[in-house]
Design a protein around this ligand. Sequence first.
Ligand SMILES: Cc1cc2nc3c(=O)[nH]c(=O)nc-3n(C[C@H](O)[C@H](O)[C@H](O)COP(=O)(O)O)c2cc1C
Length: 199
Amino acid sequence: MLPSLALGNPGAQEETMARERVAAPKKLIAYVTRTDNTKVVAEIIHRAVGGTMVEIETATPYPENYDAIVAQVVREDEAGYAPPLKDNVKDIQNYDTVFIGFPTWNMRAPPPIRSFLGKHDLRGKTVVPFNTNGGYGVGSGFQMVTALCPRSNILHGFSTRGGLEKEGIYLAIKGQMREQVHAEVVAWLRSIGMTAVAG
Ligand SMILES: Cc1cc2nc3c(=O)[nH]c(=O)nc-3n(C[C@H](O)[C@H](O)[C@H](O)COP(=O)(O)O)c2cc1C
């Protein structure tokens, strides 16, 4: 038996593996969701490209009531307010690609996206925005991402129709519609060169 020769130096090997894990390209899929449409798109992306999924949440939840949340979001947009977030992402430096998903609120990205992009330095990283909306489109949402990530490589975003809470349509991306959105997401990922299933 030549254990030391056969096994080499296990301590050093582990160290190398740990270093490689840290150095390997890592993807973060961060999203805001209220009625889960954007979360479903995040899950489709996650299954296709791997990485880590995390929900962007405000420290104080938004009101349950639709009219109340709309009024609050309008106020926050007018003030340019960035609501404090729960500390769900502690290791942003470990990621080289950050997907940022959000529903359209008030024809913009939700205020917590303003907070997230203000709080985390994404310079030098690849940023990939995606969106669901009530049928009126992404509005200025992708522009907000571009404006708040001036030193990132921003890829072409994905936007699709989700629910429409004001008409009582909550989670719409399910069943047949989920299949359709799945196909659209996979085609989009391919078009921006993101197909590999990796960590
Ligand atoms: C406060 C609020 C404002 C919204 N404003 C818009 C809007 O301006 N345009 C639009 O198309 N949809 C709007 N919607 C609908 C959402 O964008 C749509 O339902 C989306 O799919 C929800 O995503 P989620 O299920 O991940 O929360 C709004 C929804 C909420 C709760």
